[in-house]
Design a protein around this ligand. Sequence first.
Ligand SMILES: Nc1nc2c(c(=O)[nH]1)N[C@H]1C(S)=C(S)[C@@H](COP(=O)(O)O)O[C@H]1N2
Ligand SMILES: [Mo]
Length: 309
Amino acid sequence: MLIRRSPGIPPSEVTPKHLYLNRRSFLAGLPLAGAAFAAGSARAGTKLNGIAKSPFSTTEKVTPSNDVTHYNNYYEFGTGKEQPAGLAQKLKTSPWTVKVEGAVNKPQVFDIDAIMKMAPLEERIYRHRCVERWSIVVPWIGFPLNELIKKVEPTAKAKFVAFQTVFDPGIMLSERAAGIQLPYVEGLRMDEAMHPLAILCVGMYGEDLPKQDGAPVRLVVPWKYGFKSIKSIVKIKFVEKQPPTTWNITNAHEYGFYSNVNPEVDHPRWSQASERRLGEFFMRKTLMFNGYGDQVAQLYSGMDLRKYY
Ligand SMILES: Nc1nc2c(c(=O)[nH]1)N[C@H]1C(S)=C(S)[C@@H](COP(=O)(O)O)O[C@H]1N2
Ligand SMILES: [Mo]
């Protein structure tokens, strides 16, 4: 995401890989562990075993894991793409619980171990399209969000689901420095949340999630711009009204609640018709609903997607 107060940077341009890979080595002020990450050392992730391959996967070329783990948006740990790989290592992901509350018959607090075992874990290779026009193809590991939803039994009042990221001012940027209100919050309409493509993600590339990618549990909603895929979730609340969402609070004119990938509706400051896959030089055409239209278009039938951007 880009904030208006950095007018010098052309928002639509992604730094080509060869440039950011070089620049990384010169980052100042990173703690030692972060410097080691920035230099490209392997992450000591825990291997996840017995993962089934999902038929929902794309057969497109997977983006190298080192790119995906060193070019991140996680504003709580830096507004630069290279910063979260270092700064997010301060996040303590164990113990970890996710509180599920609101309009449900069975509100409960799930320990991360319970979440890891909630449903069979699958590898889902999805395209991920950031609103800033870069994209990646990632072998996420997780399970449908609807599995958790069924466990808590939403009531008739549950029309939307609200998500909240952990907030620890001791290790995170201030709201002022991050340029967004914290904690980071997101939301989905109930039918979007129930859609089988929406997953709770606990790993990637065969291992548990790196902290900069949203450990220990994040959302992945592949037909929406990347900012809907909220990281490091600690709370899920079922509500009657459309919940506030971080980028809509920050700039409602530029970021709507729905934020479906839509090459036909430009961002006020740049075209959304094309994108750059990390590591590639040429831009490629952006697909409606990020290429997931056959599966999700019916969720929005009759809706004006210019109005509900
Ligand atoms: N809590 C939190 N979640 C977040 C963000 C963030 O800044 N904070 N950035 C979002 C944006 S803009 C994108 S593109 C994706 C990036 O995920 P990745 O770094 O794993 O590629 O995370 C999303 N989830
Ligand atoms: Mo993004």
